[in-house]
Design a protein around this ligand. Structure first.
Ligand SMILES: [Zn+2]
Length: 474
């Protein structure tokens, strides 16, 4: 806890982010380069993210399970594209129990292969399908440059892995989970997203099609906030996952996988944060409101604390924190909780006690108002909903006003320096690579929502039937 000011957000977004994560006590650097320690305040946010997602996964028929951390190297080599995608980032165990292992073991970069192996044992008949399993765990992908929550060697996530009798069913599952992520993002985190399909060069190695939700950060760069992959029969063929259909014919299953990670915490920080610090979305905030008692002497303290207790009782359905620290001033507490992004501050002073009210201050707009004590049980939740709606709308307007439709490639190069470009694109990988080399902007998604019709590619001028979003990305 220090009173040093944060770096200016617009001038140095990256430093602002790095220092805010530390100062708000969301996370810290681990002793092994590239690793992250998630501190209780950051973990509380992640726990609320996991709860909101887990409830949605279960409502759509999924169940949770756990798979081993260590994976035989041979498993990763079974799917060629897959191993090529991960090999530079693998951590490999060669010694166990004091002796050299016969076969090296990879620390899971994802559980795809070990789950494929187990599904080949568990699935025999059409009656065993679909298999709808999700796993909450951490995975390791060796990183040389660390950015807390965005790029760390070990990160936390969920990975869903499903197996289906038909390609059609697996495609429906892929779409359904993309929609679950978009719904979570907008209705829990107040982070607006674009849903779309990844280009061939940006998709997950081993997938037939990858889909993602993309969000615009406060510096106008894009962040892939969740992904859903249709894997076709690729993993089923590599791991021999087959079933007997109703005609007694042996068929390959079609599989999907989908994931959302602690990167999403980075998205919340970068979408909503401002010069004062974090702005937590009310439905995920570790504390939805902080109560600050204000008094000058023991007599005031006694009446203020009495009122505080009744406020607590009437808001028991919310995640509340009472800041009763004696060694710091109320003003210090205001700044501290603003920096840590608590959506609502409830102040109770002698004047409030006399008037039978509290003073409430919104973190998002910094507006202050009063609420009568008997209005609290309905008034505070309503205010939290207003904060959510306001944050979502503000972020949506920011994304819309910084998404451009340049007329030619020259204008395209200008707009992607600070914003997104929504353009006709030919679909050619070489064209995409040239755009990236020229501008550092990558193809984020080919949005699911297309205007129809056709045009010419913004870069090469060839005929184009789809629009794509290009941007610099995290
Ligand atoms: Zn082109």
């Amino acid at each position: 806890m220090s009173e040093e000011k944060l770096p200016n957000r617009m001038e140095n977004f990256s430093d602002w982010y790095n220092q805010l994560v530390l100062k708000a006590q969301l996370a810290d650097y681990g002793p092994v380069r590239g690793t992250m320690v998630v501190r209780p305040y950051g973990w509380a946010l992640w726990e609320n993210i996991t709860a909101a997602l887990d409830q949605r996964f279960k409502a759509t028929g999924h169940v949770n399970a756990a798979f081993p951390l260590l994976i035989p190297m041979s498993f990763l080599q079974k799917e060629k594209d897959h191993v090529e995608g991960f090999s530079p980032q693998l951590a490999v165990v060669t010694i166990g129990g004091g002796s050299e292992l016969e076969e090296p073991l990879a620390v899971r970069p994802t559980s795809e292969t070990v789950i494929g192996h187990m599904y080949s044992k568990w699935i025999e008949s059409y009656r065993d399908l679909p298999v709808l399993i999700n796993v909450w765990n951490s995975v390791v992908r060796w990183e040389l440059r660390t950015k807390l929550f965005l790029r760390t060697t070990e990160f936390y996530w969920q990975e869903g892995h499903t197996a289906h009798a038909t390609a059609e069913e697996a495609r429906q599952e892929t779409n359904q989970m993309l929609e679950v992520y978009a719904d979570f993002s907008e209705n829990e985190a107040a982070v607006p997203v674009i849903r779309g399909r990844k280009s061939e060069s940006e998709k997950f190695a081993g997938a037939v099609n990858s889909y993602s939700i993309e969000a615009m950060m406060g510096d106008k760069r894009a962040l892939q906030a969740g992904t859903s992959h249709y894997l076709g029969e690729n993993f089923a063929r590599a791991f021999e996952i087959r079933y007997l259909d109703q005609e007694n014919t042996l068929q390959y299953v079609s599989t999907t996988s989908w994931g959302l990670s602690t990167r999403f915490v980075g998205a919340i920080i970068m979408v909503h944060g401002d010069d004062q610090g974090l702005v937590m979305p009310p439905r995920l905030a570790p504390y939805q409101a902080v109560i600050v008692p204000i008094y000058k002497n023991d007599a005031e303290k006694s009446s203020v604390m009495e009122s505080l207790q009744s406020v607590r009782d009437s808001l028991s359905q919310l995640r509340l924190h009472v800041d009763a620290r004696e060694e710091v001033t109320p003003g210090f507490k205001f700044n501290d909780w603003e920096m840590r992004g608590v959506p609502l501050r409830i102040e109770i002073g002698p004047k409030d006690v006399q008037a039978g009210q509290v003073t409430v201050a919104r973190r998002d707009t910094r507006q202050r108002s009063t609420l009568a004590l008997d209005q609290l049980p309905l008034g505070v939740p309503a205010l939290l909903d207003q904060i959510h709606d306001g944050m979502l709308q503000r972020a949506r307007e920011f994304m819309q006003s910084n998404t451009h439709q340049p007329a030619d490639y020259q204008e395209f190069q200008q707009v992607v320096e600070s914003g997104w470009a929504d353009v006709w694109w030919c679909g050619d990988a070489d064209c995409e690579a040239e755009i990236k080399a020229d501008t550092k902007a990558t193809n984020r998604v080919i949005p699911l929502e297309q205007p129809g019709g056709n045009g010419v590619c913004i870069h090469c001028g060839k005929p184009a039937t789809e629009r794509a979003v290009f941007a610099r990305a995290y």
